[in-house]
Design a protein around this ligand. Structure first.
Ligand code: FES
Length: 273
């Protein structure tokens, strides 16, 4: 069993778990994800590593209560509680080196997995610009944590209740206009990553996205996380989750992500009643 050492609620749906997982913490790198299962009969859900502390032996994940399992996590599990398993780290880590000026863009829940990448790029000697976007001021979390490792932090909200009003891709375009960026990393909802990839394409700046596809086994066997990248079939769980955003077939991906909507809605309804 795996114990939840710390829990922090950011908003009605968004919360953090710091989990006692020394082996995962030891091996975790920015860009990795884990597969979590609450009990033996539970579904396995992929969560990107939001932080790790090798000394404490802990791994942090930030979760949004949207589906059946994530709502159970929010409603039924407290600090000190235990759950069935936390397998990982999985996937390929982000390639970190001093590439010059890196722009990290996080949208919504994607802001959490931006953090370990941002810290690693900063520690590798890069100049780091961080752009974060939230729906409104109430949803803001971790901007102080991100600011510690950022040379520049640009906060955006959809409704203008804090920072700059508008979406992160508009802020990204403004940063790219300066012509100094060498790499963009965008993590967040699929439409946001797509918009960032389109924003950077005319500038020819390499743009990595982290594909939060539907995953079932997380080991390359089931095919549910299939994506087309540069005309080739890839599996996000073993070949990613980070890919070149300019080569990802986002149109196909949007269509594939909708496949399980009906079943997910049914599971949600069952949990609610
Ligand atoms: Fe099954 Fe990737 S989750 S192949």
């Amino acid at each position: 069993m795996v114990r939840i050492l710390r829990r922090e609620q950011f908003s009605a749906e968004t919360f953090l778990w710091e989990v006692d997982a020394p082996d995962v913490a030891q091996a975790a790198q920015p860009g990795h994800f884990v597969m979590l299962r609450l009990d033996d009969a539970g579904e396995r859900i992929p969560l990107t590593v939001a932080d790790f502390d090798r000394e404490r032996g802990t791994v942090t994940v930030v979760v949004q209560a949207l589906g059946k399992t994530t709502r159970q996590m929010r409603d039924d599990y407290d600090e000190g509680d235990e759950f069935a398993d936390f397998a990982g780290p999985l996937g390929l880590p982000q390639h970190i080196e001093n590439v010059g000026h890196v722009v990290l863009v996080g949208g919504g829940l994607g802001i959490a997995p931006i953090f370990p990448q941002l810290r690693a790029f900063k520690q590798a000697g890069c100049q780091v610009t961080c752009i974060v976007g939230f729906r409104n001021a109430e949803r803001i979390f971790w901007t102080d944590k991100l600011a510690q490792f950022s040379d520049e932090l640009i906060l955006c909200t959809d409704d203008g209740s804090a920072g700059r009003q508008g979406f992160v891709d508009a802020a990204l375009r403004d940063v790219l206009e300066a012509g100094t960026a060498n790499l963009v990393v965008a993590i967040g909802p699929m439409p946001m990553m797509h918009a960032c990839a389109e924003a950077s394409r005319p500038f020819g700046v390499r743009t990595m996205v982290s594909l939060n596809t539907v995953m079932v086994d997380g080991t390359g066997m089931c095919g549910s996380c299939r994506v087309t990248v540069g005309g080739e079939v890839k599996f996000a769980c073993v070949d990613g989750p980070d890919f070149d955003g300019h080569a990802v077939d986002f149109r196909e991906l949007h269509a594939r992500q909708k496949r399980f909507q009906r079943q997910e809605q049914q599971a949600n309804d069952d949990h609610a009643h």
